[in-house]
Design a protein around this ligand. Structure first.
Ligand code: SF4
Length: 421
């Protein structure tokens, strides 16, 4: 098999339980209900050259199976690309990277430098409760699910709203210090969450990088919901070598409000206008990626959102939801699939025409990603997901005073007619 992955030679991050790992998709081992691993109060080095990671590097070079990487293997098996294959493309001609791999091969997987890319995940502190997210992503979801499950008696319904047993308690101050200690080697710093922009250590690290002069050598990557973005921050970001703002936006207008509850579209639209005009009016190195998690709720509105992003020169990045299964687009009712696919094809044709004369829109690349989405829709579905979808949607709609039937009667009615509830 091919299991070679650049992340193992470049990157570290913390997961939402405060344990180091190689990437956001890597699934840690769980023993006695607890995530195992090296906690971020230990120095970066203790994970970076740990026995486990060194062994995974050797396996990766030999093309052997690596525990925890199944998300990528599954995506590749389903006929699509994976984060692993995307990264292999990015690094295949990078001379420094090739040297790193060579050195790891000669030293039983041990590397003689710190990670060049670090992700600082601020835990699950968040100001939104997006439909596809879990309590690990947002403390507000955890609280809401606790309220919901306290009113339920049926276990199959309670299982749709899993809550965290223990509060997420990470020693972020120590992790912050380890990053500062290794700043000389770091080339890329990514912030993710929860929501980084409501976390004080995010501001502490940004100021540290600027005041120590390292920002000019660092590529800054931020996953944010944009709700707290302001001009002062954008000015600070401009002091970094290169900046990607990966903003999460899973729809526009009513779809946005439905999925990214309880944020209002008019608020976020103003932030988008501010970001767009900052980029236009300043000579800036900021690139904007519009991250769209493709799920049952926003599937039919996806092309309108992509059009909105392309008009603003934002790069659309499509992330199909793999979990929970009832939001996975491969699990929409079979009777719906052909119809949905033909609706998507029609809109693809419209986009191709609209952006044909605008090569900077990368329309061909966008279309290739949409083609992968269509392949996913066509995969075999899991029947149980139809009932789960209806139950989860109805309970959460009631709690939030929302109505998916109003947002998308076509999809909702198809699910309802196929469910056995
Ligand atoms: S193979 Fe996938 S899951 Fe494993 S480290 Fe690479 S990107 Fe992460």
């Amino acid at each position: 098999m091919n299991s070679f992955c650049p992340n193992l030679f470049n990157h570290v991050m913390n997961d939402s339980y405060g344990v180091y790992k190689a990437c956001c998709l890597h699934v840690p081992e769980i023993k006695d209900g607890k995530v195992t691993g090296i906690t971020v109060d230990q120095p970066l080095e203790s994970f970076w050259n740990s026995k486990e990671l060194a062994e995974d590097r050797v396996k990766s070079i030999k093309g052997e199976y690596i525990k925890g990487c199944d998300v990528c293997y599954r995506a590749e098996k389903d006929g699509g690309a994976s984060q692993r294959t995307d990264l292999v493309e990015v690094y295949k001609e990078d001379k420094d990277f090739i040297e790193r791999v060579k050195s790891a091969r000669e030293n039983k997987g041990i590397l003689n430098h710190s990670p060049i890319s670090v992700e600082y995940r601020v835990g699950n502190l968040c100001n939104l409760k997006c439909r596809m997210c879990s309590p690990q992503d947002s403390d507000l979801i955890n609280n809401e699910y606790k309220e919901i499950t306290s009113t339920l008696t049926d276990n199959s319904l309670i299982n749709l709203f899993p809550t965290l047993k223990d509060p997420v308690n990470i020693d972020m101050d120590q992790y912050c210090n380890h990053i500062k200690d290794n700043v000389e080697d770091i080339e890329v710093i990514r912030f993710s969450g929860g929501e980084p922009l409501i976390n004080k250590s995010f501001y502490e690290l940004i100021d540290f990088f600027i005041e120590s002069g390292h920002s000019f050598n660092l590529d800054l990557r931020i996953n944010t919901n944009l709700t707290k973005l302001n001009l002062d921050l954008l000015t600070k970001f401009s002091k970094f070598k290169d900046v990607n703002i990966d903003f999460s936006i899973d729809g526009i207008e009513e779809t946005y409000e439905y999925v990214r509850y309880p944020m209002r579209w008019k608020v976020i639209n103003k932030k988008i206008d501010m970001l767009e005009s900052f980029i236009k009016n300043n000579k800036t190195n900021i690139k904007v990626y519009a991250n769209y998690t493709v799920q049952t709720y926003n599937l039919l509105h996806m092309l309108d959102a992509i059009d909105f992003f392309l008009e603003r020169n934002f790069i659309p990045v499509l992330h199909p939801v793999t979990h929970p299964q009832y939001l996975n687009i491969k699990n929409i009712p079979d009777a719906l699939k052909e119809n949905v696919v033909s609706k998507i094809y029609k809109k693809i044709d419209f986009l191709k025409l609209k952006y044909a004369d605008k090569p900077s829109s990368n329309i061909n690349w966008v279309v290739s990603k949409l083609t992968s989405i269509i392949s996913l829709i066509k995969l075999d579905s899991e029947k149980r997901s139809i009932n789960d979808f209806i139950q989860f949607t109805d309970i959460l709609d009631k709690k939030r005073n929302q109505d998916f039937l109003k947002l998308d009667p076509f999809i909702y009615n198809h699910f309802k007619s196929q469910s056995i509830l």
